[in-house]
Design a protein around this ligand. Structure first.
Ligand code: AHR
Length: 837
């Protein structure tokens, strides 16, 4: 990194920034050639909200620029602090900015801009580990000029004034004001509709479908994003009923919480018995801890409480397994029971422990009663000492009856979306909290007792019983393409404490701690091995053989792989991404590699991610954005002008966010936006709402598609939008025109229409969204159906904006060359017109 230095103009004086902003439209007579400008941040949040500017015509009176609009934010690690920002114009004509990343003043960010609105990628450096020239350049930049005191409301800050041509200030204001205006539009809510649409009569829409003007679109538009977040895997989709079955919970899992240890979820009852944890002779080095149960008086029991209780159903079978060994001379019998909350035994069977070597024992328990909060009790019948590990209980009725399988009802809810692909394992979980926490796929396959558990970036434990094999099997079972996402050699940009490169509390966290170059070869080989594991020949390839040994000789036929997850685009990232991309392209040119463009719909990572992918010729990029419903309403043209010669788009994470979680308002915003995505599905070829699953009481991210607890599935309104789209995809887009009897922009942008055809079946599918508080009476013209009278299926999702528990109603409707349909207020409708009756 080079910081280009410059001469500075500094004016002494105190700066007071409490005046209203100069509006972009204000006319200034005799405008000055130049003004003064200072960067500042708010102190109450340590500058996390970003860099703002104040300007002054004379160095005495000060005004905030665009009402305190934040022009650039710190992207560093999980702190995102921006302290003491400084800007200065270099001899190269660029603006150079630096700020401190922590209060210690040991680490700094550096970034450039041509106009103070668009910013380059950020680079970071430490005062004590940077080459001297860079640091010297920084210090002279940071202290160029004379310290100023700035009073902003209650805060007193220090900064340095620079001169800025007045024209550039005008542009800066115009940009900031425009962004402020967009933010106001994006904040539009349905609760304002009573005012916004006061007196609005029902709208009349004339919809004409042009059957001649068509384009081929993706038939993989709707997929799902699976990440072990909100207890989505362990305690969720993965049907294991025993919590901490491997005694591998650790304080590292639970944010250094000491309760997260090998005994988590376990307890002992009875007298003269003890339960301890040993690492002396484990089953496998990847699973180093096991339990020692020392029974001096029969009757004592080792108890597991499951994940908030164990649910069993009367008459159903449960597979119990456990590794055992005797540690005393004589072994003995162990009774395995399920007990209801009131202590009643509702299932039991007995096994014998005779060997002093680890041995896997399997028995089947049949429940004699229903229970939602049963516990497992392991009750040795004799005095003795026992080693126990991998204590597991699965319902026999998993999805498709798979061993080590998935919870049937939850998996069915996902399957009912008809997703065309499944993304796995994340999200942030894929690139992890520091490079030691990058998801290592090899540790997630093979015999369960040999898998490597991992701390979950979402602060709990991953057994990885639902690992890569189960993922591929799941995809096959629901007829979806597997879409693995692997880290681009860098961890999550919000990484905190776990980077093994960390020197102090902030140094080298996040993206600065990429996998060391000397380890990149092995890392890339791991990725190539993953592709071989999925697709390699069962006899001729090493990893194909391993897959076959796991029970799947046939390849899984994987077609896609994502490299990176909304990473910050840094030099560290770029170097590693490029290496991985080239290696995959060379060895597996048939695989579609998906690049990444940061966590937002705009900004530096978005721009730089796109630029890198375009330059390398990456076939597809993964975009992410979580936005307000108003944003989705106001950005329906987002993809209309995307360059069709650039990479295709996988919208890998998105959702409309409102405080309080998903409801009909957020769902309709997504449905509306998806009409525009279908229109652009020649370039946006895949989408996945995120996150998919959230367990009640364990929810860390509060806008999710499917909520659940141990007994119930509670789909959100958004779920039904995904399902209605997923079950009604087409592969040909039919252009339509929509003429309204109301020309208000606010009305027009709240009505969405998309018409597709499924070429194979011939069905024509109309999606109609009405986000207005009144109905929209649609007259539909479908010229190719003139003279026909077709019974079409109709599915309608409607209700009040704040409704959380809505579900669609189905029925039928007559369709033909011309037909009428009244879209209810606040509704999403799918009309499916079959070709053949
Ligand atoms: O979907 C939840 C999280 O959101 C994902 O892990 C991450 O990629 C994004 O920031």
């Amino acid at each position: 990194m080079k910081i280009l230095l410059l001469s500075t103009i500094v004016i002494i004086g105190s700066i007071i920034c409490s005046q209203p902003a100069l509006a972009a439209t204000d006319k200034i007579n005799n405008a000055p050639d130049s003004v003064y400008i200072v960067p500042y941040t708010t102190t109450h949040d340590d500058g996390r909200s970003g860099m703002r500017f104040a300007w002054s015509p004379d160095g005495e009176q000060w005004f905030s620029v665009a009402n305190g609009y934040r022009y650039v934010r710190s992207d560093f690690g999980n702190t995102k602090m921006m302290i003491a920002p400084r800007i200065i114009k270099g001899q190269d004509g660029m603006w150079h900015a630096v700020w401190q990343l922590s209060k210690t003043g040991k680490a700094f960010a550096y970034v450039t801009s041509t106009d103070l609105t668009q910013w380059s990628r950020q680079t970071y450096f430490m005062a004590d580990d940077t080459d001297k020239a860079t640091y010297a350049a920084y210090t002279s930049l940071a202290s160029a000029g004379i310290k100023k005191q700035i009073i902003l409301g209650k805060d007193t800050l220090e900064s340095y004034m620079q001169k800025l041509p007045y024209k550039e200030l005008e542009q800066l204001i115009r940009y900031g004001e425009h962004k402020n205006f967009c933010n106001i539009e994006d904040g539009e809510l349905m609760k304002q509709d009573a005012v916004r649409f006061a007196g609005l009569p029902p709208v009349i829409a004339d919809i004409r479908v042009n059957m001649e003007q068509t384009k081929t679109i993706s038939n993989r538009l709707i997929g799902v994003f699976f990440e072990d977040l909100n207890y989505a895997a362990d305690g969720g989709l993965y049907a294991e009923l025993i919590q901490n079955r491997d005694f591998e919970y650790s304080p590292k899992d639970g944010n250094k919480n000491k309760d997260w240890n090998s005994t988590y979820a376990w307890s002992i009852t009875g007298n003269n018995a003890s339960f301890s944890i040993s690492e002396a002779h484990p089953i496998h080095p990847n699973n180093p801890h096991y339990a020692i149960l020392d029974i001096q008086q029969p009757g004592a029991a080792l108890i597991n409480a499951g994940f908030d209780g164990i649910v069993v159903k009367k008459g159903e079978k449960y597979y119990f397994s456990m590794f055992t060994k005797t540690l005393s001379e004589k072994g003995g019998k162990i009774k395995i029971c399920l007990n209801s909350k009131d202590g009643k035994e509702i299932a039991q069977a007995t096994l014998s422990v005779t060997s002093d070597k680890w041995k896997k024992q399997n028995i089947v328990l049949t429940a004699t009663a229903n229970a939602t909060d049963a516990v497992l009790a392991i009750v040795p019948q004799n005095i003795g000492k026992y080693g126990l590990d991998m204590i597991s209980l699965f319902p026999q009725k998993t999805f498709k009856g798979r061993k080590n399988g998935l919870r049937a009802d939850l998996t069915q809810a996902i399957a009912d979306i008809h997703p065309r692909f499944v993304r796995f394992p994340g999200g942030c979980l894929a690139h992890g909290d520091g490079i030691d926490n990058i998801y290592d796929w090899k540790g997630s396959i093979g015999a369960l007792e040999t898998r490597k558990p991992m701390p979950n970036i979402w602060r709990y434990h991953q057994t990885r019983g639902l690992g890569y094999y189960e993922f591929f099997q799941f995809c096959e079972d629901i007829n979806a393409e597997p879409l693995p996402v692997v880290a681009a050699g860098v961890p999550c940009q919000n990484s905190g404490q776990r980077s093994h490169h960390s020197k102090d509390e902030i140094s080298c966290a996040g993206q600065q701690g990429g996998i060391p170059m000397e380890e990149m070869g092995a890392y890339i080989q791991d990725i190539l091995d993953l592709i071989e594991y999925a697709n390699g020949d069962a006899k001729k390839t090493k990893w194909g053989k391993i897959r076959a040994q796991s029970g799947h000789p046939k390849p899984f036929n994987m077609k896609f792989i994502g490299i990176g997850n909304e990473d910050m685009i840094t030099d560290v990232f770029e170097e590693r991404f490029t290496m991985i991309y080239k290696a995959i392209k060379e060895k597996y040119p048939e695989i579609t590699v998906i690049g990444t463009t940061g966590p937002f719909s705009e900004g530096t990572d978005y721009e730089e991610g796109w630029a890198l992918a375009t330059q390398l010729g990456v076939p597809m990029v993964d975009e992410h954005y979580y936005k307000s419903p108003g944003w989705f309403i106001n950005h329906q043209n987002y993809y209309d002008y995307y360059d069709r010669n650039k990479p295709q788009v996988y919208l890998g994470e998105y959702a409309a966010h409102l405080k309080g979680g998903p409801n009909l308002e957020t769902a309709l915003a997504e449905a509306l936006y998806l009409t525009s995505i279908e229109r652009n599905a020649d370039i946006v070829t895949m989408t996945s709402y995120a996150p998919l699953l959230a367990k009640e009481g364990r929810t860390q991210w509060n806008t999710d598609l499917i909520y659940f607890n141990n007994t119930e599935i509670k789909p959100s309104a958004s779920y039904y939008v995904q399902q209605m789209y997923g079950q009604n995809t087409g592969n040909e887009y039919l252009t339509s025109t929509v003429a309204l009897n109301n020309d208000q922009n606010a009305v027009r942008k709240r009505i969405g229409v998309s018409v597709v055809r499924n070429k194979e079946q011939g069905d024509i599918i109309m999606k109609l969204v009405n986000m207005l508080p009144v109905s929209t009476k649609a007259q539909v013209a479908l010229p190719s159906l003139t003279g026909m009278d077709i019974q079409a299926q109709i599915t309608i999702l409607s209700g009040q904006p704040e409704d959380k528990s809505v579900c669609p109603a189905s029925g039928s409707i007559k369709a033909g060359g011309k037909f009428y349909y009244e879209m209810p207020a606040y509704s999403f409708t799918v009309i499916r017109i079959p070709q053949k009756q």
